[in-house]
Design a protein around this ligand. Sequence first.
Ligand code: AFP
Length: 368
Amino acid sequence: MLDGRTTLSKFLIDTLDRRPGPDAASGLSALLIDVAASIKTIAAALTRGALGGQHGSAQSVNTHGEEQKKLDLVTNEIFLQHCEWDGLLAGMVSEEMDEVYAIPETYPRGDYLLAFDPLDGSSNIDINGVVGSIFSVLRRDGDREGDARGAADAAAFMRPGREQVAAGYAIYGPSTMLVLSVGNGTHGFTLERDVGNFVLTHSDIRIPEDSCEFAINASNERFWEPPVRRYVQECKDGRTGCRAQDFNMRWIASMVAEVHRILMRGGVFMYPRDFRTPEMEGRLRLLYEASPMSFLVEQAGGLSITGRERILDVQPGALHQRVPVILGSRHEVERIQRYHGEYDRGEDKPFTSPLFNERSLFLPETEA
Ligand code: AFP
């Protein structure tokens, strides 16, 4: 330990390597050290800002048809280079790559699968806003057919989020932090830049069960389902309405920043199902955004749902599958889940707010 402080390496040795179990001497801690090295390299690249000559568009689009920033591609490459060589991975999946990244033949393969969003919130880059990286680790399922040491295919990643063995994010803010869980709570580490160590500064983070702060992109309101509109309207009604307290709203357009705020002081983040593009189940991707963030939130005592089911129980059907995300303070998320249930059963009480006098754009399947 450095003068009584716990570094990430010591935390992993104490938590993983000395803990009996399949991940003890299996290299998971070494893999997480390589992920942390990726984050340190990305932090250095980002802090150069416009001086680094890497702002602006890459003049390309990703598998979702979204414009890629130059730094989306640069940070993706950083993750690949830091993690492909260590003999711990059978494959990688990223928001910026259409298919599974096969570990080059020149390197040994291992038993873990890494899925990541290398730069979350990248639309904030050119305005010097807060961005992050999100990652998820699965242990490949050795029971599957084929050589367990061979390259992992897409099917190997089709596992519900409750099977993650580790998840975390980096937040590149005034300080760079790594927030991580290996299944024993959620813990925050702050980068001591001049030394290059991540130091444990937020041990066993707990999300307050109650909160009066919510985050949602309100410009989509007309596309939301009624239970979400009901919840948000009640928050806006504040002390004049049924909640009898005022609420605060935030929207940073960076999931990492929203989730970090919720881990620090509670609240609810919603990117719900909306009907602007009916074929999409939401904006956020399951494997490398919703699942890892849900793992961290629930390890910190919060709750994360699609509106109707726990996100960690969702069985993926595709690498870049999207899901609706409602996560944060347990009691608030339970209320929203209850509203979805009442709506689906036709039990939601008539709303007093004039907003609900309009006919919703959403027609339940039975009426469509
Ligand atoms: P980008 O990485 O393309 O900026 O998207 C960020 C994000 O996936 C998530 O981090 C934000 O919460 C959400 O999108 C913001 O979406 P809107 O731009 O629709 O508000």
